[in-house]
Design a protein around this ligand. Structure first.
Ligand SMILES: O=P(O)(O)OC[C@H]1O[C@H](O)[C@H](O)[C@@H](O)[C@@H]1O
Length: 609
């Protein structure tokens, strides 16, 4: 078993290359202001504007703010012309993008054109194998997964193709019962339990929810946290079907603590049920990772690779279900989003809208509202893709920029009964993306629940109504329309947003492919657990005395040589007490100074260890 420290890797390569506490330079400030003023001063709808910059005195963070006053284009005919003029249509994919309810002007588009050309060039270089993730010294190759011929060399190309074939064959063999669990009465796998977190969970969850047939050959459930009660619930729900459950453990790094814990908990459940986990376990991870080595040594059913050059949040196409059609959709969208003509490139249009709506500094949140239950998880999926990619402290030149765009949303029309009130009338700090699906339900199932009106017409009406009502109050929106939710359209949507994020990152000059900020929390979590071990040792020593010596928090902190960590020690003891692992002799947790604690048992082995 790996020690805990191995599972909280702190990668030195993730550190900034140089001291990046750099002030926002006056020239940057001037450029930003001039750019914003120039591009918006001629705004054709004659919107009065006030543009000002506000620089925080305390941390040198520059925030360019704009104030929009007056109205948007409200004349229906002019608005219709704007709609038609900017409408993007992808005939092959049956996908439309409407950006008419974002108020950018022609002057703004012209100002942005050179930046987009630079972004297109950077994207081309990325696709050709440039080190597009400089901090980590990595190529960024998720686009090759849907067109292996793009891979920069034949070795990578054949790796991609072989993996895809192997995944598809494995899936067929599991479904047909050729690969089966050793001791299940059904004689085939009936359930999938997917264990993973972040990019190793959100994509599979989204796709599984979006594309699940009514009666899938295998049902899928997820463990995506280190919450023991949540894990117990998933295992309990499987019940006797644990014997016919295929457990797929997904972790690019192969060392993420939450995923490791999920695996250990599931393996324990297998042992207790008298089942051999290795005959039902599959690993999807980088070659030679901790997970890969474990799976190899224990002889799991299968192992599939994730690549160094594919980030977790862009790994949806690495290995999974229904993959070939999704890849076709993604590849078609990739072709469309390679266009260097802004108007013809839906990813560039999205990036343009994001830049306009959020002033290129994330001043507005992106609310994602799919009007389709099966796309519920799209917003959660996009939350990671957008926020982990764009939420960066420094730009590529080392300037402190604190970039990002916040993403939230669930689905319509459900959310209309929750927070649309605030969107329409409250604080104006967002823009909306509607996802519209034209086909309501499979052909032949529709009926009119009142004369001339189906259930789906209501959903349609709610979307259109909300879009209009928001715009009437100067709230901007984008609408992405697809014909149906199919593997192809889901693949296309994922590819559309992956590219939009990449292009936007170029516009604001940040690395979209690393996540240095995530390391801080992981490191701190490791320190908490290390402190907990010291607390346990101190309490154990006092609890082994005759008579037992209950300790105050101050005494524990002092004996741990960590008086400055007393608050964390209190939290550790509170948590242990709630789980019957520490006993309260006096006082209670609500009055920390009154507390005296000890352990229920003395562990002699540990005492003399
Ligand atoms: O796939 P794994 O290596 O287990 O990583 C799972 C997740 O870990 C971290 O939180 C990263 O920030 C995510 O980008 C990643 O998706």
């Amino acid at each position: 078993m790996a020690s805990l420290s191995c599972l909280f890797p702190s990668s030195p390569s993730l550190k900034p290359k140089h001291d990046r506490v750099v002030k926002l330079t006056p020239s940057f400030r001037k450029d930003a202001l001039a750019f914003s003023a120039r591009s918006k001063s001629n705004y054709k709808f004659s919107v009065a504007r006030k543009v000002y910059a506000d620089f925080s005195k305390t941390n040198n963070v520059g925030v360019l703010k704009k104030a929009k006053q007056g109205g948007f284009e409200k004349d229906p005919k002019a608005l219709w012309r704007r709609y038609v003029g900017w409408l993007y249509q992808n005939k092959e994919l049956g996908l439309y993008l409407d950006v008419s309810r974002i108020g950018f002007s022609d002057e703004f588009v012209a100002e942005m054109e050179p930046r987009f050309q630079a972004a297109f060039k950077a994207m081309e270089e990325l696709e050709n194998g440039a080190i597009a993730n400089p901090d980590e010294g990595r190529m960024v190759g998720h686009y090759w997964l849907r067109n292996s011929k793009l891979a920069p060399n034949s070795f990578l190309q054949s790796q991609i193709e072989k993996t895809l074939d192997a995944v598809c064959k494995f899936a067929d063999d599991v479904i047909s019962g050729k690969i089966k669990p050793p001791s299940s009465p059904e004689g085939r796998f009936t359930q999938i339990l997917s264990v993973g977190i972040g990019g190793s969970a959100l994509g599979p969850q989204f796709v599984a929810e979006a594309l699940a047939p009514d009666n899938p050959p295998l049902k899928i459930r997820f463990i995506d946290n280190t919450d023991p009660a949540g894990i117990d619930h998933q295992i309990a729900q499987l019940g006797r079907e644990l014997a016919s459950t295929l457990v797929i453990v997904i972790s690019k790094s192969g060392g993420t603590p939450e995923t490791r814990n999920g695996l250990l908990e599931v393996q324990k459940a297998f042992r207790e049920a008298g089942l051999d986990f290795s005959k039902q376990g599959v690993a999807i991870t980088q070659e030679n990772s901790l997970l890969d080595n474990t799976a190899r040594i224990e002889g799991w059913v299968a192992r599939f690779p994730m690549y160094d050059w594919v980030g977790g949040r862009t790994s949806e196409m690495s290995a999974g279900i229904e993959i070939r059609e999704m890849l076709v959709g993604a590849s078609m969208m990739d072709n469309a989003t390679r266009s260097t003509v802004l108007r013809d490139n839906p990813a560039a249009l999205l990036a343009l809208c994001w830049y306009w709506a959020s002033d290129g500094v994330g001043s507005k949140d992106m609310v994602v509202l799919p009007y389709k239950d099966s796309l519920l998880l799209f917003s959660r999926y996009l939350q990671q893709l957008v926020m982990e990619s764009l939420g960066k402290e420094f730009d590529l030149d080392g300037n402190r920029v604190n970039q990002g765009i916040s993403v939230y949303g669930n689905k319509g029309s459900t959310d209309q009964h929750a927070y649309i009130q605030q969107l329409r009338e409250g604080v104006h700090n967002f823009f909306v993306t509607f996802i519209e699906v034209l086909r309501d339900r499979p052909p032949g199932h529709d009926w009119e629940l009142e004369p001339g009106v189906t259930c789906g017409d209501y959903l349609f009406g709610m979307l259109q109504g909300t879009r209009s009502a928001l715009y009437a109050n100067d709230r901007e929106s984008i609408t992405v329309t697809v014909q149906e939710v199919t593997p192809r359209s889901v693949g296309a949507l994922i590819a559309l947003y992956e590219r939009a994020v990449g292009l936007y990152a170029s516009l604001v000059n940040i690395n979209a492919y690393h996540q240095p900020g995530v390391e801080a929390g992981k490191k701190a979590a490791g320190e908490v657990l290390a402190l907990q071990k010291r607390v346990l040792a101190v309490l154990n020593e006092a609890s082994c005395k005759q008579p037992v010596e209950p300790l105050t928090l101050e005494e524990v902190a002092e004996r741990c040589h960590a008086p400055e960590d007393i608050e964390m020690i209190y939290k550790i003891i509170e948590h242990m007490a709630a789980n019957d692992r520490a006993l309260i002799a006096e006082g209670d947790c609500g009055s920390p100074y009154s507390l005296k604690v000890f352990l229920g048992e003395c562990n002699m082995d540990e005492l003399y260890a």
